[in-house]
Write a new protein. Sequence first.
Length: 180
Amino acid sequence: MFKDIFTPKKGKFVAIGLVFLMLLTFLNVYVSSLTVKQKATATPSPTAILSLSPEQAYLVKDQIFSVNIIFNPGQESVDAVDAVLVYDPNLLEVLGLIPSELFASYPVQDFGEGKIQLSAFAVGTTGNPKPVTESGTLGTISLKAKAVGIAKLEFSSDSIVASKGANVLEETSGGVYTIK
């Protein structure tokens, strides 16, 4: 039975057929890998950053100071931001929260015991969306150093930077404030 396959004439066709099958298999695997790479790059990459300025400060007890919430959209067109920060209310007291004019609307401006929330939307009162593509100050927090210690003001995992329905927040950078 196998003897007929290995005759010189038939063996040549079998060898060509095997090479052809191997080539088709390789081509199929290669095309599949290209498709997977194209699908992976089609989704927006998270690039947005939320940070505080100043990131560090040396303060005395009862000193009043300001911290800016800095927004960097990276390469994204941002529709909304929800900046949620946490802190130790025994060390810091929030006196005020002032939004900037970077976004069209700031529907949530809230602070209380240990939590600050500032939400911003690109859609204003006219209803026309104008996504934000520029870096800038999202808002300014006015704080009072209540007691001696090292106070941290950090973004919580609830913080979001939304672009086309996806959270593109890649990095947050909070602040450390030494109170003497």
